[in-house]
Design a protein around this ligand. Structure first.
Ligand SMILES: [Zn+2]
Length: 383
């Protein structure tokens, strides 16, 4: 088994393309860049399709009688990559057959060992569509807009974290050399003590085999299973999921029971947001005579920098980072020194991202990238 393999935290299949919203691809690009440095084959891109927005989009579609939900999600996913190529490692979603099988397998074991339980709890259900809302104030149904709901009791899949340790610890975060933002732990620890892991959705990992008719696994738990399923497929014992700090804070509690399975142990590689609006300006590349490295900068270097700047890359840093990349690109050695390359691979595996602003290490990484047919192909000889 490979030790560390990076996977993107499943991205919500919303209405956008990567060309329009390059920030949505940051986790995907980061995982690609680090796997390539490690000399690994491309892994599948992971997508989150268990969303209420997806339910609504499908119900409202004029062609819903001829196009099934799965097909609709798939078509929307493929369109994300246009006009670029589809990913070499393929696409996987959080409702794929392997994910559903693994999720049920894991949930059964977690029920058997008492980590999860099925409990009958009071819930608020929409009287028209049966949508399960929180127990907070009643309002219009988020699923169908109906204004009436009723409180009733229903069996639910729950994770009572009272008996569980912290839902997020330092060792759940991959990487050395930078402490994770402390607010991350605070938010994760403020999740409710009793977490409901079953939801009413039209699409998802069906929990009917566990006696929970009409319910699916909460997508915040399911996206961890999607990563583990992809890791199992490529034989990765230590899958590392790239995710923004905020997203990690929101999903960590739900994913806590789903981060270990067999020999596999999932950890998070945190990254900050990238100010793509500042990095998109053509003027920037003219001023710095850096047009040749624009794609390299936006699609490879900035995602790597975002893993170092976990609180987000400041827009004012963009010109300096571009200058650094351009210089390192000009200075890249034909054959990177072996010891430097070994050190760089060690850092890529351990998630030590300090090298991204070290000119010598960066030049070496650029050189190594061109040796393999990297995610965007070799750039040597490009204008
Ligand atoms: Zn409703």
């Amino acid at each position: 088994m490979n030790s560390v393999v990076y996977f993107n935290g499943p991205v919500q299949n919303g209405d956008f393309t990567f060309a329009q919203r390059p920030g949505k691809a940051a986790g995907v690009r980061l995982a690609e860049a680090l796997n390539a440095l490690l000399g690994l084959e491309p892994v599948p891109h992971l997508w989150n399709t268990v969303t209420l927005a997806g339910d609504l989009r499908h119900r409202r579609a004029a062609d819903r009688d001829t196009v099934g939900r799965r097909q609709r999600e798939q078509e929307a996913l493929v369109a994300k990559y246009a006009p670029g190529p589809a990913p070499r490692g393929g696409l996987r979603t959080d409702t794929d057959h392997q994910v559903s099988c693994l999720a049920l397998e894991m949930t059964k074991e977690l029920l058997a060992d008492g980590t999860l339980t099925v409990r009958e709890l009071p819930v608020r259900l929409c009287t028209r569509c049966g949508y399960l809302a929180g127990m907070g104030t009643a309002g219009h149904c988020r699923s169908c807009g109906h204004g009436d709901s009723q409180v009733t009791r229903r069996p639910l899949l729950v994770f009572d974290r009272t008996a569980h340790g912290p839902v997020l610890g330092q060792d759940d975060v991959h990487g050395t050399g930078a402490r994770p933002p402390s607010h991350l732990f605070t938010i994760a620890h403020h999740a409710p003590q009793l977490l409901v892991l079953s939801r009413t959705r039209d699409h998802g990992v069906d929990l009917a085999p566990l006696g929970l008719e009409g319910m699916v696994l909460d997508p915040r738990a399911g996206l961890h299973v999607a990563v583990l399923a992809a890791a199992r497929e490529v034989g990765a014992a230590w899958p590392v999921m790239t995710v923004t700090s905020n997203a990690a804070a929101n999903v960590a509690a739900y994913g806590a029971p789903f981060r270990r399975y067999g020999p596999m142990r999932l950890r998070y590689a945190l990254h900050g947001k990238i100010p793509y609006e500042s990095a998109a300006s053509d003027r920037l590349y003219e001023v710095h005579r850096a047009r040749a490295v624009k794609d390299l900068f936006t699609g490879w270097y900035l995602p790597l920098c975002a893993a170092r700047e976990r609180a987000g890359i400041s827009a004012v840093r963009i010109p300096a980072l571009l200058k650094l990349l351009r210089r390192a690109h000009l200075a890249r050695p034909v054959d990177p020194p072996g010891d430097l390359l070994t050190d760089l691979r060690h850092r890529a595996a351990t998630g030590d991202m300090r090298w991204v602003t070290d000119a010598r290490a960066l030049a070496c990484a650029l050189s190594a990238r061109e040796d393999t047919s990297g995610p965007m192909g070799p750039t040597r000889g490009a204008p």
